[in-house]
Design a protein around this ligand. Structure first.
Ligand code: HEM
Length: 475
């Protein structure tokens, strides 16, 4: 877990750390003020991504993968097309599908609680499958959901720093034959699989759009708008891929961290349940609108993303030109990490390793007023879980809608109880999380216990009510 090493070095060397890995310059930013200055204020210079042999030469040589694309005209063009669909107005039109899939998830948690870990993961993939392609992902084992998770996992594993030999630092490694370079075969296979999975989803989505009652979906909008946006068929496939990869693992990881936090802190869970109950009563489960109106729940959402950032080391940016900052020279091509783990754990936060939603109730940034007195915080983001600068996550609003809605529904429907009441739930990030560029809670011993039969019945009834809507999506 490199972010922990960066954190340790930060305590020793300060909140800007410079490293040299072979010929490669690397800078780690451990305080938000440096990220605000470099990524946000000097955005044009820090919006590039590192060029790597695996991403740029083998996986995506066309430069069409939004996350890895160089900062240039193609990236700008595709990001613009994507943002037409991810602005607040359009994203909020997805609330009916998010609500319906959330209800199906609650029903699955009531009926089959043993499989809770898979139900939570299915949700985020199913929402994006429906929103982007108009297709359903009804179970975690369905081929669509399985294929997508497998592709996204392999992509994150293969592109994580350190997971393959240092080909970019010692380019002679590229010359080794295939039998000595299993990473090359893995990357080539992933390229084939990646294109197979997304091309078949686009084909299936297009076929589905021939139906008269096919639901509106992002693929339809991308195809309809193509004469205006100028997106080619291949670019459309990559934009759809960016939705899937951006939104599935990330949202699931944040939701699992929320469940971990609730199971480990029963007093916080009770307090949040009281708030949800007072707003929603017993006759219906909470809606996304209810969720937005619950200050303590929103504080839990912010604290979850602060406490366990999904990409704790940050997704690397690269400097496009030479620059000077704080007396340091940053040469062109330097790789920069906004180390979210440390940014969320400076001494501006009281007891930063603890899960304390209250810190966000009266304070937008969750900081201690006495520690930030006199600081200009106008450039500060509520959290850095979504990155910063021109490459900041394009799906923030969609993620917030899903998280708030599901957090509210889980708290309203269930008590989250440790399997063994005598043994508190362990939340240690080194022991309880799968590491990678994105971290992910491993399965932990929690039980989803419906708070009453009446609540479980409400969920059953509400699932029945959304069936006609869900049946518009291709099974
Ligand atoms: C809790 C959920 C999510 C988290 C924590 C998250 C986090 C991130 C982070 C850290 C980045 C890199 C930012 C940077 O380089 O500074 C990113 C980029 C991105 N995210 Fe998200 N994300 C989430 C949900 C979503 C969703 C729902 C979508 C779309 C449906 C999405 C689409 C993207 C895309 C397309 C990029 C690439 C942006 C670029 O390089 O231009 N994300 N996300």
């Amino acid at each position: 877990m490199s972010f922990l090493k960066f954190h340790e070095w930060g305590a020793k060397y300060g909140d800007i750390i410079g490293l040299k890995i072979g010929q490669q310059n690397v800078v780690v930013l451990n305080h938000y003020k440096h990220v605000a200055e470099l990524f946000d204020k000097r955005g044009a210079n820090y919006a590039d991504r590192p060029r790597t042999h695996i991403t740029h030469d083998i996986l995506f040589p066309e430069g069409l993968h939004l996350l890895f694309a160089d900062y240039g005209p193609t990236w700008r063009f595709m990001r613009k097309a994507m943002m037409r669909l991810l602005n607040t107005k359009v994203v909020d039109t997805l609330l009916p599908i998010q609500t319906a899939e959330s209800l199906v998830t609650m029903q699955a948690l009531v009926r089959d609680p043993e499989e809770w870990y898979n139900h939570i993961q299915r949700y985020s993939t199913a929402v994006i499958l429906a929103s982007v392609f108009g297709l359903r992902g009804t179970s975690f084992d369905s081929p669509r959901v399985k294929d997508l998770y497998a592709t996204v996992h392999e992509l994150t594993n293969l592109t994580e720093m350190g997971s393959t030999p240092p080909i970019d630092i010692f380019p002679f490694l590229k010359l080794l034959p295939d039998f000595m370079s299993p990473w090359r075969t893995r990357a080539q296979n992933l390229r084939i699989e990646y294109r197979r999975v997304y091309n078949s989803l686009v084909d299936e989505g297009k076929e589905n759009l021939q139906r008269e009652d096919a639901p509106d979906c992002f693929l339809k909008r991308l195809l309809d708008d193509a004469p205006e946006t100028g997106l080619s068929a291949e670019q459309i496939t990559y934009v759809c891929g960016a939705f899937m990869e951006g939104g599935s693992d990330t949202t699931a990881s944040a939701m699992l961290s929320f469940i971990l936090a609730m199971a480990a802190h029963p007093h916080i869970q009770r307090k949040a349940q009281r708030e949800v109950d007072s707003k929603c009563g017993l006759d219906k489960s909470p809606t996304a609108e209810d969720g937005m109106d619950l200050p303590y729940l929103r504080a839990i959402h912010d604290e979850t993303l602060r406490w366990r950032p999904v990409a704790p080391g940050g997704i690397p940016h690269a400097a496009a030109q030479d620059d000077w900052y704080n007396g340091y020279f940053i040469p062109k091509g330097t790789i920069l990490f906004a180390n979210t783990w440390s940014i969320h754990r400076t001494d501006e936060f009281r007891d930063p390793d603890s899960f304390i939603p209250e810190r966000f109730v009266d304070n937008t940034f969750g900081t201690e007023p006495s520690k930030v007195q006199g600081d200009d915080q106008s450039q500060r983001r509520v959290n850095y879980t979504f990155g910063a600068g021109r490459r900041v996550c394009s799906g923030m609003r969609m993620a917030a809608n899903s998280l708030i809605l599901n957090m509210a529904k889980v708290l309203w429907t269930f008590d989250l109880v440790p399997e063994n009441k005598e043994k508190p739930i362990n939340t240690d990030v080194t022991e309880c999380y799968k590491s990678g560029i994105l971290v992910f809670p491993k399965k932990f011993p929690v039980k989803f216990v419906p708070r009453s039969d009446a609540r479980a019945m409400v969920i059953e009834r509400e699932v029945q009510d959304v069936q006609p809507f869900l049946s518009n999506f291709k099974q």
